[in-house]
Design a protein around this ligand. Structure first.
Ligand SMILES: C[S@@+](CC[C@H](N)C(=O)[O-])C[C@H]1O[C@@H](n2cnc3c(N)ncnc32)[C@H](O)[C@@H]1O
Ligand SMILES: [Zn+2]
Length: 273
């Protein structure tokens, strides 16, 4: 596990700075957090847990890992890398909030001409255990509602298909920092949704609270051919598996393959812009 500089990690209980000593992180009040193998810290304090194992389950994480390993979302990762490459400054602290099993941070790991300090956190310990095997970064089990990072410590916050907490993002971003949100656009996985639901809900672009200002929205749209195993994984990594009616899931199970549309918005936001 690598650590971000300048005492940027803070205790999730009392916000005091965390110091690394003898294999664990501790704050001046004596709260102590272990560094687990393969190199991540669990900063989710018991009082901030709503359930014993919050976030994505082991099976959801495995399914997402298998799906993403096939490169189906590589165009999204590549575009994100291009956008980050154009941000001024040689040194950037990039925080992936709700990073899942770390796919996007690994994809932007080495941007030409930039020294990156990568921080990935997720409320699911299964996700972070997988992420920590990917690349050197500060990997944390932590929640968006209580981000264990100091005020104004991030140049970039990423929210990739996540559950954003805009107050937290505002607090950890530097004044001239940027937030990138990737969300499903109207046609995202439309073919799959038409099969599993009797009525397909229309999705529209996300609105953002002040002081965030949307400075650009680009839509990335492309097609994929997915075989049964991919469809199983895609279902298992989304809430559709629990939301869709049984008959809909059975219809999907009968397909050998499906052409689907990926349609996502990449939104760039600034504070007080
Ligand atoms: C749809 S997945 C996206 C994962 C990853 N960003 C990706 O695109 O591959 C949403 C992730 O948010 C995590 N999550 C849910 N609630 C969270 C919270 N309050 N704080 C941080 N992560 C959370 C889940 O565990 C899950 O890994
Ligand atoms: Zn503390």
């Amino acid at each position: 596990m690598s650590f971000i500089p300048h005492d940027s990690l803070i205790c999730p209980i009392d916000d005091l700075p965390l110091q690394y000593r003898d294999g664990s992180l501790s704050c001046p009040s004596g709260h102590q957090y272990d560094i687990g193998k393969p190199g991540y810290a669990n900063l989710l304090s018991v009082q901030h847990k709503r359930s014993k194992a919050p976030g994505d389950s082991k099976d959801m994480v495995r399914a997402r890992n298998a799906f993403l390993a096939k490169g189906y979302y590589e165009p999204i990762a590549n575009r994100l890398a291009q956008l980050l490459e154009h941000i001024a400054g040689d040194e950037l602290t990039v925080v992936d909030a709700g990073c899942g099993e770390g796919y996007y941070l690994e994809a932007i790991d080495s941007l030409p001409g930039k020294q990156l300090h990568l921080v990935g956190f997720d409320i699911s310990k299964w996700a972070i255990q997988r992420a920590a095997r990917r690349c050197a970064a500060t990997w944390l089990v932590a929640s968006n509602k209580r981000v264990p990072l100091a005020d104004e410590s991030a140049d970039v916050v990423l929210d990739m298909f996540g559950f954003p907490d805009f107050d937290s993002f505002q607090r950890i971003l530097k004044t001239n920092g940027r937030l990138f949100c990737v969300t499903p656009a109207a046609q995202h996985l439309i073919e799959l949704r038409k099969i599993i639901y009797p009525h397909v809900k229309q999705t529209s672009g996300r609105d953002y609270p002040a002081p965030f200002t949307l400075v650009s929205r680009e839509t990335l749209t492309y097609g994929l051919t997915l075989v049964q195993q991919d469809l199983d994984n895609l279902l298992a990594m989304t809430p559709h598996l629990y939301r869709a009616p049984k008959e809909g899931l059975a219809r999907l199970k009968n397909l050998k393959q499906l052409e689907i549309t990926v349609d996502i918005n990449i939104d760039e936001l600034r504070l007080h812009f």
